[in-house]
Write a protein that binds this ligand. Sequence first.
Ligand code: HAM
Length: 434
Amino acid sequence: MKLQSPRGTRDFYPAECAWRNYLVQAWRTVSIRNGFEEVDGPIFESLDLYKVKSGEGIVSELFHFQDRGERDLAIRPEFTPTLARMVAAKANSLPRPIKWYCVPNLCRAERPQRGRLREFWQWNCDIIGVNDATADAESIFTMIDLLRELGLRSEHVVVKISHRTSVRHILQKLGVPEDRIPQAFNLLDRRDKMEEDEFRQEATKLGLDEDRVERFEQTCRRKYPCGDVDHMCRSIGLGDTMDDLRALDDKLTAFGIADWCEYDLGIVRGLAYYTGTVYEVHERSGAMRAMAGGGRYDQLVELFGGPSMPAVGFGMGDVVLTDVLVDKGLVPENVMPRPDAFVVAMSDTQTTAALTLTARLRAAGLHARFSYKTTRNLGKLLKDADACRARYAVIIGENGEIDAKKLADASQQRVTTESLMELLCKTREPLARG
Ligand code: HAM
């Protein structure tokens, strides 16, 4: 019987695992230096948790099942509801502001396609308890810090920012009735996937005449530079409704990241719980799906039984991020852990010595491997050392003498166990990237 991995999932052989660990390590490093603490939750939750406020898109993509007690459960498609539930449960005892990160694997029953799989890893950073644009800006800063950490620059990617309140005002001004505003948000969210005619038809259903559909489209299509909200306000003629974006603009400028960001009022995001700022990271050419997305969700904690607590955060997946890094030539040649030493014995009488030496190197925290081969063909053994990219081949001769051969330049020196340890400790790299 030949079985394959389920549609839209991946097997992680050592090279793929090393790559995932490379990303996870970058996510962790950046989270910690931006002051976030790690959390995690269960891989499945009550189905209701997602039905409350995640929105149609997520609910239609849930992997759900019943346990033996006929309780309805779902595999987590995102982390935000779990986070809001966790905060709600302990809100009064948690020191504020709450700054949490996590790196869960998530499952969505999407149609697998470029950039979208059924299981993926997603880095989340959320700031809870701060009702101020500083937190929105810090969450965007953290996201950009990660992009920089991996070698991306503002020529490669852009953070597209919008604000649901501002978009709501624009829709109201155009005459969209209050009860059709959620429909209008939904239409905006799907706009890039639609033909122009189809978009116009649906916009007309919102009660807009041709002229207004045109203005609606134009407003959503235009991009405005960050650092100049006034220009956007003047062009749209909605000065006082843009105060939230104006406050954010100041903070983004203070963080020095205005050149990475632009305002794009066409961004509203599919998830139903967002209440204010919303943003997405895109590769500049626009050819790929969003690399990350987030926003402010000020009512979710309260909805899950906690006190009223403002919150803002984002999620960034591993799939599109990898595609973009590959596309920009930013994937390091090899991210597998590199051994400090590869120990080989040139005589059967020295196999015990090889194991003892390997054990001593490992006890000192060094990454040491030894050869299982019994051949005395040094050429073959060095080939194995090279294949795993060891820094040094440690060769134990017939009489127990030890030579350290640096594989980068083939230079060799006679060493004692102590001088070998000293040499290797000086040149070692951190043990694992994950
Ligand atoms: P989201 O926009 O659904 O937001 O997902 C965020 C990112 O996760 C996407 O931009 C993409 O990189 C990745 N992603 C989503 N679905 C898939 C998929 N099927 N395959 C591969 N990657 C995917 C959320 O999940 C929000 N909960 C984020 C958030 C955190 N908002 C506030 N805090």
